[in-house]
Design a protein around this ligand. Structure first.
Ligand SMILES: NC(=O)c1ccc[n+]([C@@H]2O[C@H](COP(=O)([O-])OP(=O)(O)OC[C@H]3O[C@@H](n4cnc5c(N)ncnc54)[C@H](O)[C@@H]3O)[C@@H](O)[C@H]2O)c1
Ligand SMILES: O=S(=O)(O)c1ccc(CO)cc1
Length: 224
């Protein structure tokens, strides 16, 4: 049975991806810094990631869903600490988990990595500069990595969702959410299950000629 590792697996898209991959026949391990996942792992801490992968790997699939939205503030008011934390979780966390699983995937000649970026990383969202920068960097990492491992059987792709109904947006002001929905031609929030469907395909044998790519899932919002 193939094994999948889902980060951020205690909430939102991580839960939906774990459930969908389980239905697809994977033995799924979830990690999160919060309670509710199989392993209590902070992806910013390399030693915690390495320990979990050594104990539970090697993994055939990695889904990077752990993330924080970071400061929702004017750029000039973003503190260095908030900036660093957003980059540490969203970008460095992805670096840590990818580095931890890739040797095992390459050794077995098959692997699928799916990094959950954001449309904010493609378009840039005002007052979400740290988040947008971190997700743009995840996209850059994925593009470069996907090409680098292209002949090994390991495929690395990213997805760029627009706003999805998850706990991440539970405290977002209704007016802000309404503005985000207004930008979406389908005029609704996305559902976690819809994102998990795309992730499951990218994690499967059906995805076979795609690496270093970014998949839009935005209800038509993308303008790039
Ligand atoms: N919800 C959206 O609208 C949306 C849109 C685009 C992209 N995304 C991205 O999708 C991913 C999942 O978001 P979500 O909506 O499910 O959010 P969420 O807040 O529901 O879940 C994120 C999870 O990541 C975990 N996490 C945060 N920091 C961590 C760390 N250092 N180590 C381990 N786990 C950590 C949290 O504890 C939480 O369980 C994120 O990367 C987010 O940026 C979300
Ligand atoms: O998809 S976006 O509209 O850019 C977006 C950015 C951040 C968040 C997190 O609240 C949700 C949607």
């Amino acid at each position: 049975m193939r094994k999948a590792l889902v980060t951020g697996g205690a909430s939102g898209l991580g839960v939906a991806c774990a459930q969908r991959l389980t239905r697809a026949g994977f033995a799924v391990s979830t990690i999160d810094r919060a309670e509710g996942a199989d392993g209590k792992v902070d992806v910013t801490r390399r030693e915690e990631v390495d320990r979990f992968v050594a104990e539970h790997g090697p993994f055939d699939v990695l889904v990077n869903s752990a993330g924080v939205v970071g400061p929702n503030a004017d750029f000039v008011d973003v503190s260095a600490a908030d900036w660093d934390r957003t980059i540490a979780v969203n970008l460095t966390g992805t670096f840590h988990t990818c580095q931890a699983v890739i040797p095992g995937m390459v050794a077995q000649g098959w692997g699928r990595i799916v990094n959950i970026a954001s449309i904010a990383g493609m378009e840039g969202n005002p007052r979400l500069t740290a988040y947008s920068a971190s997700k743009a960097a995840v996209i850059g990492l994925t593009k470069a990595l996907g090409k680098e491992v292209a002949t090994t059987g390991v495929l690395a792709n990213a997805i760029a969702p627009a706003v999805i109904e998850t706990p991440m947006n539970a405290t977002t002001h209704p007016d802000v959410l309404a503005t985000l929905v207004e930008k979406i031609p389908m005029r609704r929030l996305g559902r976690a299950e819809e994102v998990a469907e795309l992730v499951a395909w990218l994690a499967s044998d059906a995805c076979s000629f795609s690496t270093g790519a970014v998949y839009d899932i935005s209800g038509g919002r993308a303008s790039y």
